[in-house]
Design a protein around this ligand. Structure first.
Ligand SMILES: *Cc1c(COP(=O)(O)O)cnc(C)c1O
Length: 404
């Protein structure tokens, strides 16, 4: 509605609200305008009745999208090679939306045993309570996935690499195994690590036709797309209109809107995502190489580093790696001493999440799930945008205290 519906007989308080606002024509700023709305006005009742929540050429209600959120959705679909995207308040909400949209009582969901812990926790608590079964499979053993598949399986999660242990699976073999043995199952990939940059989730084996693709990706925009450690958001991206509509209806019914200020922050961060990803990738590789030469570490878990679990799968399928590296301490070094090592770091913050400007370190004890496969305490490093030499010097001074 470009013009005012009020007229000069109306009181000033009424005219405040009905003041005509016309966006400036010819104001071609690089940054897209930020629009906020709960109410979106229709030109008449017929237009209101004809509107559809699923139609992204028109607007219905703030919860279901604004020009600002539709712009971010379109850019994310482009980044990840999909055609449709939807936004949710966090990466975890994206996982929950996929589960709630696609699973019914009696169905089974398969989850990698090294997956992001809250994904597994949702399955063992809420999904179990709702009559949805789950099985965990070893993503590094394709036979383990094949054995877990059955006619009850409606959804298979894939997460490359596993959270914390950074084991990189054979993505192509996992997807082909699901297609061969459970044609009805939807394949969902957590694309937070790859971010649309390290590999193409919708074209996993370039040159094959039709493309080898997952059905949908979720992405914690909280991580690389934001890049600022200052906003939470998640997305779901897919190529199928039917799958989009199924998820979009559940999305509407659950009321999963996102705020325009947060969308604006992610739109801003997204413009530099490739540069930041490359810089953090380069620093993480340098730190992983340095760590290989230190006797305190039994293993260096980093997909682009030779000797890391699944390195050959990473090399065959990826063109980049995120800025995460996990140091597996020698099991002879007690967990309490590793905790002190983390406390002694000067530049690495202690906190959750990753892909922000500040490097972070989190210790994981061998008794926490899949971490146990590596015997010693693991310290996951999220490499930020500091100078890599400074970070290495910081790690060295904390190791010196550990030795003392
Ligand atoms: C952080 C993360 C999520 C969840 O994202 P939030 O926005 O923090 O909820 C999901 N998957 C992976 C692999 C993550 O690292």
């Amino acid at each position: 509605m470009a013009e005012s519906r009020g007229d000069h007989d109306d009181a000033p308080s009424t005219r405040q609200i009905h003041h005509g606002y016309v966006p400036p024509a010819g104001f071609a700023s690089v940054a897209p305008a930020m629009h906020r709305a709960s109410t979106v006005l229709f030109k008449d009742v017929a237009a209101m009745r004809a509107s559809s929540w699923l139609d992204k050429d028109t607007y219905t209600y703030g919860l279901h999208g604004t020009p600002t959120s539709f712009t971010l959705e379109a850019r994310l679909a482009t980044l990840e090679g999909g055609t449709h995207a939807m936004l949710v308040p966090s990466g975890l909400a994206a996982i929950a939306l996929v589960d709630q949209s696609l699973l019914s009582s009696g169905d089974t969901v398969l989850i990698p045993s090294n997956a992001y812990f809250p994904n597994r926790s949702l399955a063992t608590h809420e999904l179990a309570r709702w009559g949805i079964a789950h099985r965990f499979y070893d993503p590094m053993d394709v036979e383990s996935l094949r054995a877990a598949l059955g006619p009850d399986v409606a959804l298979v999660w894939i997460e490359p690499p596993g959270s914390v242990t950074l084991e990189f699976p054979d993505l192509r073999a996992l997807v082909r195994t699901v297609r061969a043995h459970a044609p009805r199952a939807v394949v969902a990939l957590d694309n937070t690590w790859g971010s649309g940059i390290a590999f193409d989730a919708f074209d996993l084996d370039p040159g094959t036709s039709p493309p080898l693709a997952v059905d949908l990706t979720i992405h914690a925009l909280t991580k690389y797309p934001s890049g600022g450690a200052d906003v939470m958001m998640g997305s779901v991206v897919m190529r199928s209109q039917a799958l989009h509509d199924q998820l979009a209806l559940t999305h509407c019914r659950l009321g999963l809107g996102v705020g325009p200020n947060d969308v604006e922050l992610v739109l801003r961060g997204l413009q530099t995502v490739a540069l930041r990803y490359a810089a953090q990738d380069a620093s993480a590789r340098r730190i992983a190489r340095w760590a290989l030469g230190r006797k305190e570490f039994a293993r260096v878990l980093h997909p682009a580093t030779p000797g890391s679990p699944g390195h050959e799968h990473w090399a065959a399928q990826c063109r980049a790696a995120a800025g995460l590296a996990t140091l597996a301490f020698d099991p002879a070094i007690a967990p309490e001493r590793v905790d002190r090592f983390v406390d002694d770091l000067r530049l690495f913050g202690i906190g959750w999440s990753w892909a922000g400007p500040m490097s972070l370190a989190v210790p994981y004890r061998p008794d926490s799930g899949r971490v146990g496969a590596f015997a010693g305490t693991l310290v996951r490093l999220s490499i930020g945008l500091e100078d890599a030499d400074d970070l290495i010097r910081d790690l060295e001074q904390a190791l010196e205290k550990l030795a003392a």
